[in-house]
Structures are given as C-alpha cells and as structure tokens.
Design a protein around this ligand. Structure first.
Ligand code: PEP
Ligand code: MG
Length: 747
C-alpha cells in the first residue's frame, strides 16, 4: 500500500469537501465519505461509529463491513477497540488488532478477517462525537503520516457534519446540541430565571475547513498570528501595573503566541489541506482534550490560556468579533467562562440570569450580580461548550442548578417554581410599607446593602428603611484607575440624593483579601484574608482614606453623614481612624465647606478580638455593625471563599450564637446601637434567630427584605429565643432543627 503523502491527504480532503457539498441525503453522504476514505487510504474498510447516547456507539456507515450491520451494531463506551477509542479519546493503531487488550469483534460485521486497525476519535473542541475507523487485512502498523491524515479527516468530519442526522431512521439520538443537559454548579445569587442563552464570547463559526491554496492559507495564518502578537504585547503594556495573576496569564499568552511548536503544528495542518482557521481549531481541540485529562490546576490554567488564545486567533481570521451581528434574545441569560464586574455592569439589568464556568461566590462579578439581584450560578463546568446562542435555559440560583434545553417535565416543574416566586413577590409587595413588627410586638429595623448607584432604586422598591452598608470599594473595583476625589464626592452626593433623607452607612474602602484593585500593586501575601486589608491599609497609607473621608464630607454638604470603618481588630485602630475623620472635618471647616449637621462614626465587628475590647471602646463608637461573613470565618477559622470548609459550620451553631449574644449584651450594657450586615441577615431563618437573640437591626441585599419581613411578622421572638435556649440547654450543636420545627408549626 502506498504511503499517504501530503498531497494525497490534500486530495482526500478536497474529495471530502466535494462530497459534503453534494446534495445527497445524510446517510448516502456518509456512505460516500466512508467509501472515499477507504479508497484514498488504500484500506478495505472504513467505518464511522457515532454516539447514540452518552454510553452507546452505533455503526452508522461502513465501506467494507457487512452493510446489514449498519444501525444494528452497537457497543458500550469502553467496549472493544472502538469503545476504547471513544472512552479515552486516544488513537488506537494496531497491526494485530485481535491481540490488543480489550479486542472484541462484532460477528455480524464480518470484521474478524481484518488484522490492522486504526481508530481515531471524532471530536469537536473536546466534545466526543464518535470514532472513525479504517481496517485492512494486511498486518501492518499505519504510518504517522496516515494517522495524521485520518485525524485531519476526522476533524473535518466533525466540523462539517451534523452527525446526529446520520444516525438511522427513528434513532433516539438527536444532534448533541439539541439534547437537554443539566449542570450542577454552586449558588452565586439565589433566585430562579428562565430565558435564552446569550454567550458572552460566542463560538466562532468555521465555514471553510478545507482550503484550495495552502500558500494563501499560510500567509493568512502568519498575518493573523502577527496581529495577535502585537495585540498581546499591547495588553501586556496596558497591564504593566496590573495584578500578578493577570500578568501571569498575559505572559503565558505571549509564550504561546511565540511558540514554535504551536506554529509548526498549524503550518503542517495547512500543508495537509486544512484552512487556516481549521488548523487553529484543530490545535484548540487538542488543547481541550489535554485539558480534560490534566488535574494539575496550574497546567489546566495554561491550557485554558491556549484555548483563549486560539479563540482570539479565530476571531482575527474569521473577522467575527464578540459582535456577531446576532440579536440578543428575549430574556437573555448570560453564559461565560468568567466575567469582570465592569463587563457585567455593561449588561446591567437587561440580564435575567448569569451562569459562569468559573468564578467564586466572593468574586467581584458575584458581588455585582448580587447587587443587581440577578440569579447567578458559578462552576457550571463545560457550559460554554454545550450552550448555543438562543438555547432555552433555566437557572435555579437557589440550588446552583442549570437546565439547558430542558425537557417538558423540567419546564413545568420550573414554571411552578417561578410562579411560586412571583406569588411570594406579590406577598412581599403587599407588606412592603408595613413595619417588620413581630407577633410579640418588637419592631426590627430592616436596611439594605448596596454598593452601586444602580442599587439605590431598590431602596423604595424593597421597603428598606435605609442603606445599612454601602460597600464603597465596588466603585473602586469597577474602574481601571483610582477615582478622583471630586468624582467620589459627586457619586456619594448622588447616593444621598437618591436616598431622600434615609440613612446611608458608608463603609470606607475595604480592599485587600479577595478584593484587589486592578491599578494597585498587588501584595504577595501568604494569607490575604488575614493580611493587609481594609482599615489596616487605610491607616498605613492614609492618602486614600483621607481622600475618601473628604469626598464623603463634601457629598454630605450639610446633610447628616454616617461612616463606618471595616475590619477593626483592636480599638486603637478605631481611634486612629476616627482621628482621621476629625482631621478631615477640621480641614473642611478651615476651607469653608459646609460640614454635616450630624456625623455618626461606627465600626464593623468582623474579628472576634473586637468583641472583647474594653468597655471604653463600646462607649466610644456611635454604632457597631457585625460583619457576619468575616466574623464567622474567623470564629470557625474557615475560609469564607472555600465552600468545602465554609459549609461545615452553621451560623445557627450554638457556639456562634452564644458569641453573638455576648456582643448583644455588651452593646446593651453600653447603650451602643448594633446591627448585623453579613449575608446571613438576608436569610429568613437566620435573620429571625439574630432578631431573637436581640440584634435590633439587620442589613441585607434588597431582594431579601420581603422574605425576611414576612417571617419576622409571623414570629414571636420571645418564644423563638426560648426555643434557641432550649436547644442549647439540651446540648445540641446547632439550633437549626429546633428552630425549623418551631417556625414550621408557627407559620
Ligand atoms: C462581612 O464581612 O460580613 C461584610 C458585610 O463585609 P464584606 O462581605 O464586604 O467583607
Ligand atoms: Mg467583611
């Protein structure tokens, strides 16, 4: 048999393309394809096996095997050599197939007489579609050139065909991209949403996998790669002062963009007949296949980088930007690998839901999604590969589950969920202007957390009494450079205008830990959550703190002002921060600015140490707000960003509640106003318990105010406190079961 030369493989590709272009019906076309591959490769047999479902392969076309076996012969994933290729995604090339481990012949096909076997996975961007096989009687190992040629053919096959259409009449397999898929991710923001997929970075469509003129394709590839290198260099320059992680990624981009191996492989693909974009995609596919096999997070990250770079190159080659001209579908649900907070803000409230492959609960994007009250699921692995623009999708933010192209039963169950959500919203709207007064006559103050101008309309909509926590760092995080004092003053002034006299508690900049400003030199700290963050930065480098305090004083322009310092761990930090406020105030007076008619200065209690500060501290602060997210992580020594350890410890754990009760007692003794502004304040059961142990004010995301108020208005806090104490006296670890039982019976 002759060696398959490069020109022969090109010839094969051209014949393949012509066949694809013919108007033959699906099956007839696939039969022709197997015929011409066998003919070109000089083998007696060529067969195509396709996935019928996730576990089963079906012989869908053959040249050389018994035609009766087509659509009859099926095998399980991993069964026989074909099943092995399908399962591992790896090529099997054997001169003596019957001797191979796992060999199993299918008698109905008549394949037992063939000795050599070459099986190639058919996959597109890491997605397994089937297996392409050639067999011959002659016992021979296929040359690397032949393997290569068949690999390219498999890729073109995957690219050019809707393979689902080839499966026999009445077969259950639908094209993979029509099947329902469920993703189990993690909750980023609660709520249910249904709508249509809108890909943040739409997939590039390749219409010409086979090219006539390799020289022209090589020139196109070289020009595109030059363009890409310039772009990456520009990005690196732009990021010169950026954060370490971003620099690392860009350096990796640069490395790949200049990688000779990457280039050589793509040039070889072109020489064998692929178009420039198909060559890029072939490399991308290989990277994805490797990605699914490596578990080392660093290596996976680099393969991701290569994937990104390939996408960029494809966009340059095809001229398809993020803007593909496609119309945003109604009720768009954004699908992305990851997204920055600024990009998310650009979409704003037009989105009904967000699903990310990566991200974390504490990521900036998650903070923005929460601020916008858009249901968010993170860690939905592979969703960007599975979803197509316009696909029907349902996002269950409560469970962290996503249904892509759901079937009827899921749709109707989900509709019920959305209807219940709508009913609940109506119920909440009806109590919006009523106080959160409990059955035993205590009124709890319900305030909202905010961080963006876009949050302020929720102040009226939610019925919040004020803003209990305004996270000022969001404004810093969504910019590319440090905002100026006058910009901040203008923004804070607009916030106060929009609040119409309701109290707004501005928390000074809380950066560090996971909140890294893109334009500040990152700190290489072994434990950022315990590191140089929040007020520690503010006091060590007081320039920004002073600028922010001035901006706040100017924004108030005579109106009352409330400021709170984050992450105070010992009371001297509070005195030092307050001294900065006094200095700023004195300076404003000298400059002749109007000063606020009333200033309240408080601290966040986020470290256990502060709960044990001297009485003097409790008397000195105007108010205290418990930052439950941080306080809980330090109380249990469990990283709030690490789901695995975070979820081990219940907020309703007896030790934690007892600790909170001690804080309440100290505040009561010193007559210090106390609130709670961590995420738990927005969870109805937790909120009821916090109120029951004596926390008079809760601050939460706006969407939680309705549900929390609803529960409080149906609860007798005295009785609930007795239930909590009862559970503690019985030695229970968490009071949750007892509280749930009580609320269920009482509601
Ligand atoms: C907290 O720690 O509970 C808090 C409200 O602050 P942040 O979540 O912004 O750290
Ligand atoms: Mg905090």
């Amino acid at each position: 048999m002759p060696e398959t030369t490069e020109s022969e493989s090109r010839k094969l590709l051209r014949r393949l393309r012509d066949t694809m272009a013919e108007e033959a019906a699906g099956q007839a076309r696939l039969d022709k394809i197997t015929h011409l591959i066998a003919d070109s490769m000089g083998t007696e047999v060529c067969s195509v096996y396709l996935f019928r479902d996730e576990e089963t392969l079906e012989l869908c076309a053959t040249e050389g095997l018994n035609p009766e076996a087509v659509h009859e012969t099926r095998m399980r994933l991993g069964e026989g050599l074909v099943g092995r290729v399908a399962r591992t995604g790896k090529i099997v090339n054997s001169a003596d197939a019957p001797k191979e481990k796992g060999f199993r012949y299918m008698p109905e096909t008549g394949e037992e007489i063939y000795s050599s076997f070459l099986g190639i996975p058919v996959q597109r961007l890491g997605e397994k579609l089937g297996v392409l096989v050639v067999q011959s009687k002659e016992a021979r190992q296929f040359s690397s050139d032949e393997v290569y040629a068949l690999e390219v053919v498999a890729m073109v096959l995957a690219e050019m065909t809707e393979l689902g259409a080839f499966v026999g009449e009445g077969a259950a397999l639908k094209a993979r991209h029509q099947q329902p898929v469920m993703f189990r991710g993690t909750t980023g923001q609660e709520g249910a949403a249904q709508g249509h997929v809108w890909l943040h970075e739409p997939r590039v469509v390749i219409t010409n996998p086979v090219a006539e003129d390799p020289h022209k394709e090589l020139t196109r590839l070289h020009e595109a790669v030059d363009h890409l290198r310039v772009r990456v260099d520009q990005m690196l320059e732009g990021a010169a002062t950026g954060d370490k992680e971003q620099m690392e990624v860009l350096e990796a981009y640069r490395m790949f963009a200049n990688s000779k191996g990457w280039m050589r492989r793509m040039e070889e693909d072109i020489a064998r007949g692929l178009s420039a974009e198909a060559a890029v995609e072939k490399e991308q596919s290989a990277a994805r296949a490797r990605m699914s096999q490596v578990s080392d997070p660093y290596l996976r990250g680099r393969l991701h980088d290569l994937d990104d770079l390939s996408n960029r190159l494809l966009r340059i080659l095809t001229g398809q930007g993020n803007e593909t001209g496609a119309e945003m579908p109604p009720d768009p649900i954004l699908i992305a690998r990851n997204i920055g907070p600024a990009e998310l803000l650009d979409y704003g409230r037009s989105l009904k839901g967000i699903v990310l492959e990566e991200g974390s609960v504490g990521s900036h994007a998650a903070i923005v999604a929460r601020a916008l009250a858009i249901p968010l699921v993170i860690h939905a692995e592979r969703i960007t590969t599975e979803a197509l623009n316009g696909d029907h999708i349902m996002v269950d933010g409560d469970q962290g589950i996503v249904h892509l192209r759901p079937d009827e039963t899921v749709v109707s169950a989900f509709r019920d969920k959305i209807a219940m959500q709508a009913q609940a919203l109506e119920r909440y709207a009806s109590i919006r202007d009523k106080p959160a007064t409990t059955l035993d006559g205590k009124t709890i103050g319900l305030h909202m957390n905010a961080g963006l101008m876009a949050d302020l309309p929720s102040l009226d909509g939610s019925g919040a009494e004020g803003v209990g926590l305004f996270r000022t760092e969001l404004q810093f995080l969504v910019r590319n450079q440090m905002p100026k004092r006058h910009e901040l003053a203008a923004l804070y002034s607009r916030v106060l205008d929009a609040a119409h006299g309701k109290r707004v508690v501005f928390r000074t900049l809380d950066i560090g830990s996971d909140k890294v400003l893109p334009y500040m030199k990152p700190n290489d700290e072994p434990n950022p959550a315990l590191g140089w963050r929040a007020i520690r930065v503010g006091l060590d480098k007081p320039g920004v703190l002073r600028m922010q305090l001035q901006a706040l004083l100017r924004a108030a322009a005579g109106r009352p002002l409330t400021v709170m310092f984050p992450f105070v761990a010992q009371y001297e930090e509070f005195t030092a921060a307050r001294a900065e406020m006094d200095k700023a105030l004195a300076r404003e007076k000298i400059l002749g600015h109007v000063i606020p008619q009333k200033i309240e200065v408080g601290a966040m209690l986020e470290t256990p140490s502060l709960a044990f500060a001297p009485d003097k501290f409790f008397e000195m602060v105007d108010f205290l707000s418990i930052g439950g997210n941080d306080l809980k992580q330090f109380f249990f020594a469990a990283d709030r960003e690490n789901e695995r350890v975070r979820r081990r410890y219940d907020t309703l754990n007896v030790s934690f509640l007892t600790f909170l009760e001690q804080i309440v007692a100290r505040c009561e003794a010193s007559n210090t106003a106390l609130s709670f502004c961590g995420e738990d304040a927005g969870r109805p059961i937790e909120a009821a318990c916090l109120a029951a142990i004596g926390i008079p004010t809760l601050s939460m995301r706006p969407a939680s105010i309705g549900p929390v108020k609803n529960v409080l208005r149906r609860t007798n806090l005295d009785e609930l406190r007795a239930v909590i104490h009862g559970a503690r006296d019985r030695g229970e670890m968490s009071v949750r079961p007892a509280v749930m039982e009580f609320l269920r019976n009482g509601a």
